[in-house]
Design a protein around this ligand. Structure first.
Ligand code: NAG
Ligand code: NAG
Ligand code: NAG
Length: 451
């Protein structure tokens, strides 16, 4: 993200407001922006050849058949063969579901005699280093981060037992700079990968614990959803940060994690099928994000979680379907960043946008909200997003709130970009939950292929 991304483009402001009017008038602006995309029709999505890794549904079922051994906190074995093998239940670069993952001194160990059946470690995990100036360096994982070992080596390193972390653990390996509130979407979507391979079985949800080993307790409040979203969606799950993870590390004892959903955005970005060249803007928007490479799943999968969030925060999930009554009307939310120094609109443009939106309120009866996410609480943000029909704002992670919007064909997320920057992060949040999306940069507008 550039340091200061000020926009100066009056056309945008006028354009945005006419667009909103057109949109609600039923005119199909989405056909206008979608253009021809035949060249992208053949992009390979979630790689079917990986199915070979997940040998049979029987293995998946083993996840659910073990009776909990309520009074045991350790797994013991008397020889190397007794060490439970690591299994891969679903994998896609950056998104992995594993069973029996070991950790000792902060290293993840995968125990197997069949090294070749494991996905490449660089597609599971990354190494991150903080350097001066608040930058984060990304590198390939080393032996100190993740290692595949055979049973004999495991026996030598672990001894004859490991403490057990039962149930399912969500492990987000991303540092703060790469994390936003869409983590919940990524984890859940990773769970739903299994839908393709076996009958989906929800019993590994909710997660027993959600760990962010690279994010310190002292900074996690900068992304309030990291602890608030789990509290609301999975009230009985524990959330842990760097300091909590270090308790496991400094115990210098092996732990075995029963089921792990592991996400790592940099590992995801290594997917050779991704285009990282923003100059090819259309292709970038189609395949610029790993989320794009997932196969489509049943549209309803996210509805359940959205509804649960709405229930928790006390919002009725009725939405606007184009009626003209005064009681049900479209809700337009402008996520303003004017109080901040980065990624904000030019002051004049901002004022013009606000004035135009207010006019829409008088002339068309729309509900218009101008919200600065730094001024309102997490709950207020989520409540607003759940009710919002159209969300507009300059590029930034605040716009991931769109994941709570009701995904109808009349809803829209509209993201403004400065001339020198483009990002595909939000388009995939919107696309993953089914909210139509438009990116606005200069005099160009991009939208994704219709779902
Ligand atoms: C883990 O750390 C302890 C203490 O530093 C050390 O004695 C032990 O050899 C380490 N084990 C492994 C497998 O690295
Ligand atoms: C999950 O699978 C197990 C074993 O196959 C079954 O007993 C259980 O009812 C399933 N749970 C759900 C929610 O489908
Ligand atoms: C945010 O809060 C600041 C200080 O409390 C105030 O000056 C500003 O107008 C608020 N911004 C919005 C968009 O409400």
């Amino acid at each position: 993200m550039p340091n200061i991304t000020r926009h100066r483009n009056p056309w945008v402001v006028v354009g945005v407001c006419s667009t909103l009017v057109l949109l609600f008038w039923g005119s199909s602006i989405r056909t206008w922006v979608s253009g021809s995309r035949n060249d992208l029709e053949n992009i390979v999505l979630e790689d079917p050849s990986l199915d070979a890794l997940f040998r049979s549904t029987d293995e998946l079922n083993q996840l659910y058949v073990d009776e909990p051994r309520a009074h045991e906190h350790s797994i013991k074995w008397s020889d190397a063969d007794g060490i439970p093998e690591t299994r891969v239940f679903a994998h896609f670069p950056g998104f992995t579901v594993l069973q029996n993952v070991y950790t000792l001194n902060g290293t993840l160990f995968l125990v197997t005699e069949h090294r070749k059946r494991l996905p490449s470690l660089k597609y599971m995990l990354s190494a991150y280093a903080d350097v001066q100036g608040g930058q984060t360096l990304v590198d390939l994982p080393t032996h100190g981060h993740i290692r595949a070992i055979d049973h004999q080596t495991a026996r030598q390193l672990f001894g004859l037992s490991a403490r057990e972390l039962r149930g399912s653990t969500w492990l987000s390996n991303d540092p703060l700079a790469y994390t936003d509130e869409s983590f919940v979407l990524e984890f859940l979507r990773t769970h739903y990968m299994q839908e393709h391979r076996a009958h989906f079985n929800t019993s590994i949800l909710p997660p027993t614990r959600i760990l962010f080993p690279r994010i310190s307790n002292t900074v996690q409040h900068t992304i309030p959803g990291l602890s608030s979203i789990p509290r609301l969606l999975f009230p009985s799950s524990g959330v842990g940060f760097k300091e909590d993870w270090e308790d496991y590390v400094s115990a210098h004892r092996p732990f075995v994690l029963e089921t792990v959903v592991l996400i790592d955005r940099s590992a995801a970005a290594r997917n050779p099928k991704l285009t990282s060249n923003p100059d090819q803007a259309r292709a970038y928007f189609e395949i610029g994000s790993p989320m794009a490479l997932f196969r489509l799943v049943n549209d309803g999968w996210w509805t359940f979680w959205r509804k649960r969030m709405a229930d928790m925060v006390g919002i009725e999930t009725t939405s606007w379907h184009g009626e003209t009554t005064t009681s049900v009307r479209p809700v337009i939310t402008y996520i303003s960043r004017q109080e901040r120094t980065t990624s904000r609109l030019d002051a004049e443009d901002h004022q013009q946008l606000v004035d135009q939106l207010k006019k829409l309120r008088t002339s068309h009866g729309y509900e218009v909200n101008i919200a600065d996410p730094t001024n309102i609480s997490f709950l207020e943000r989520v409540r607003l997003a759940l009710r919002t029909t159209v969300m507009v704002g300059p590029t930034g992670s605040d716009l991931v709130d769109a994941m709570w919007m009701n995904p109808t064909s009349l809803s829209l997320l509209l993201e403004f970009f400065p001339d020198n920057y483009i990002s595909s992060k939000r388009i995939y949040v919107a696309k993953t939950v089914g909210v139509p999306y438009l990116a606005w940069r200069g005099d160009r507008v991009w939208g994704p292929k219709n779902r």
